[in-house]
Design a protein around this ligand. Structure first.
Ligand SMILES: *Cc1c(COP(=O)(O)O)cnc(C)c1O
Length: 228
């Protein structure tokens, strides 16, 4: 693997976020950065930690769990952002601070039941499949209210917001259109659940558009840790 300078890359992503906040007339610091470290070695995570990064995201349950345990000497805030099989929930409930990829009640119930008593409630986002999204995971927008209603009843979980992965496009206006859909859904959700405060959207190639449409958390992998 080609060695990259994680600290330099992190600083440049922080600068991009700051510039995007300013352009959107948003407060400095209103968008947080999740460093997506999937498939990358522990030493890259340690380098990012040393540079000041505290929140890290993983996509594969076993890798997430193993990294969280191996890097247990650091007070990392771990976020799980990948698809979840029901036989993988226990390890996630034990090690994660956030799960962004909730698309069915059964998974949320298992996470709730398996969350250790000694830990604070697990923060959750519902993953939404937007209209132009060809793939797989995520509920459709009309399913958001019902699933939210069910999840807020579970005591060991805390519903925080919505996550989406829009179809990749280099067209800035197209990017904004997709992110605006998610922002509108969040506003709707907030009318019923005022504690919901998180819009998890924006990656290496589209974080500026996401910040312009109200993202509160961008998930960046490639531009920090290099191509996968
Ligand atoms: C891999 C991944 C990211 C990071 O994507 P980059 O394009 O590498 O920045 C963000 N979100 C999710 C859900 C991912 O799977």
């Amino acid at each position: 693997m080609e060695e990259i300078n994680v600290a330099t890359n992190l600083h440049s992503v922080w600068r991009r976020i700051g510039a995007a906040e300013q352009l959107a007339n948003r407060h400095s610091g209103s968008v947080s950065l999740l460093a997506v470290s999937k498939t990358k070695p522990d030493r890259y995570i340690r380098a990012a930690w040393d540079a000041g990064q505290r929140a890290f995201g993983e996509n594969y349950a076993q890798e997430a769990e193993e990294k969280a345990r191996r890097l247990g000497d650091l007070a990392i805030e771990w976020h799980f952002i990948g698809p979840i099989q029901s036989n993988k929930t226990r390890g996630l409930a034990q090690t994660m601070t956030w799960v962004h990829s909730i698309d069915r009640l059964k998974i949320a119930q298992r996470l709730n039941d398996q969350r250790p008593e000694v830990l604070p409630p697990l923060n959750l986002c519902l993953q939404v499949k937007l209209s132009d999204e060809p793939n797989k995971s995520g509920i459709i927008p009309s399913e958001v209210p019902t699933l939210a209603e069910q999840i807020v009843k579970l005591p060991n979980l805390r519903l925080r917001g919505l996550m989406a992965i829009p179809a990749a496009t280099s067209d800035y206006q197209e990017q904004r259109k997709a992110f605006k859909q998610l922002q509108t859904l969040l506003f709707e959700l907030q009318k019923k659940f005022s504690e919901v405060d998180t819009l998890s959207m924006g990656m290496s190639g589209d974080l500026e558009a996401a910040v312009a449409e109200g993202s509160t958390l961008v998930r960046v992998g490639t531009d920090i840790f290099g191509a996968r």
